[in-house]
Design a protein around this ligand. Structure first.
Ligand code: ZN
Length: 415
């Protein structure tokens, strides 16, 4: 379980900042930690000593550092463990197990039926993880934390699925508990598009200095992940970015949406809507992925349908761009990664709607990570939980951090 915000502060942010830097680099040095973290040299020295004493870092001998000077290398110990990242879609489960240095040890993509319910789907994933880990000689006990990206609204604080009502077998499931039962490690659950936004932002855009970004997942459904000031923005109830049921102005759709409304973006532009439109033209398609394949094969009817979907999406996103002023609008998912023609329709409608001021520096681009965005984001989320757990464990061992002794951690019900 993620820590409630007031308790999370007790885990000193400085330790986590240093562990994040080690994780991204694989191996680093004290001078590099000073440069990356912005912390004073004396703080880094003291924190690193505590992390070494707590067994969360090891020294790895002399290594080349900034400016060609030699410095002692710092890395995670071999027994630090691993994290499990899982992305679920309507018809797929994509998982990977990585070290704390983000090296992928095992992974797979399975076909699942999300409507089969939480126990069936998570059981299927657990069996796949167990078999694969056995194959590479890693014990399941090495997994320290898990993160799951779920294709629907989730209350991130408790990991409870809050809808949609047609997600049978997942309603009101508290997924971290289920995951912990299956995997034997604490888990955190977030909306799938949030983890995709996180993965894309950390891997691609943060290094370019971008801190305000929207990630549109356009597949069977449509959702939007929000990175505001460098962090995922979830809103009061975890439903921020639910653009699927916003109404597209001027649309004359007679189709009724699952929410009971007309003219929802989902009903006009989602993968499901594209399947419906192409079937009306006599095409034998059943999924968003099949629509994407038609577009890739150059089918003109499919390309026009996707361009129209891009326009409907742009009608909604234009207003959101005006309001939120992102630097980048990224599209992902089976339809979203098609590039042109979706982007042609999307750009046309966004630039027609949004003001010159909000689009001056705006880029509208397909995801660079593609199918990797979700697993990458879930790995980062799982690592955050794993750092908390590791720091907390060390605190209870030897009074790590000084101001938060073992008794305090126990009293707070962490153990
Ligand atoms: Zn709707």
């Amino acid at each position: 379980m993620p820590l409630p915000p007031d308790e999370a502060k007790v885990v000193p942010a400085e330790y986590k900042a240093l562990l994040r830097t080690v994780s991204a680099a694989g191996q680093t040095t004290r001078p590099e930690l000073v440069a990356q973290s912005g912390l004073p040299r004396s703080s880094v020295a003291a924190r690193v000593k505590e992390l070494l004493d707590g067994g969360l870092l090891v020294e790895t001998g002399q290594t080349e550092s900034t400016g060609g000077r030699r410095a002692t290398g710092l890395a995670f110990p071999p027994d630090m463990g691993m994290v499990l990242a899982l992305e679920l879609g309507s018809t797929h489960a994509r998982w990977r197990v990585s070290t704390f240095a983000q090296e992928v040890v095992a992974g797979a993509e399975l076909t699942v039926t999300i409507s089969a319910g939480s126990r069936k789907v998570l059981g299927q994933v657990a069996a796949s993880v167990s078999a694969a880990l056995e194959g590479v000689g890693v014990s399941k006990g090495a997994i320290r934390a898990c993160a799951l990206g779920f294709p629907g609204p989730v209350d991130f604080r408790v990991g409870r699925v809050t809808g949609p009502p047609n997600m049978a077998g997942w309603d009101h499931a508290t997924l971290p508990e289920l995951m912990a039962d299956w995997m034997g490690a604490p888990a955190v659950v977030d909306n799938d598009v949030n983890i995709m936004a996180l993965g894309e932002h950390r891997a691609v855009w943060r290094p370019e200095g971008v801190d305000n970004l929207l990630f549109i997942k356009h597949g069977t459904g449509i959702g939007c992940g929000i990175i505001a000031d460098g962090e995922v923005f979830r809103g009061a109830d975890g439903t921020a970015g639910e653009v699927g049921h916003m109404h597209v102005a001027g649309s004359q759709s007679t189709e009724l949406c699952s929410c009971g409304g007309n003219n929802c973006l989902e009903v006009l532009a989602s993968g499901k809507a594209l399947v419906r439109r192409l079937r009306a033209h006599g095409y034998e398609v059943a999924t968003a992925t099949e629509v994407a394949q038609l577009v890739l094969s150059g089918d003109v009817v499919a390309m026009n349908a996707v361009r129209d979907a891009g326009r409907a999406l742009g009608e909604i996103m234009g207003g959101i761009v005006n309001f939120f002023n992102p630097s980048v609008l990224v599209t992902g998912g089976s339809i979203g990664s098609l590039g042109v023609p979706l982007l042609a329709g999307l750009r046309e409608a966004v630039y027609a709607q949004a003001t010159m001021f909000s689009t001056r520096h705006l880029r509208i681009v397909p995801s660079r990570l593609g199918r990797d965005a979700g697993p990458r984001g879930a790995t980062l989320l799982a690592l955050e939980l794993a750092y908390d757990e590791a720091i907390r464990r060390s605190m209870t061992v030897d009074g790590f951090g000084g101001s938060t002794p073992a008794t305090s951690a126990k009293a707070r019900g962490w153990e």
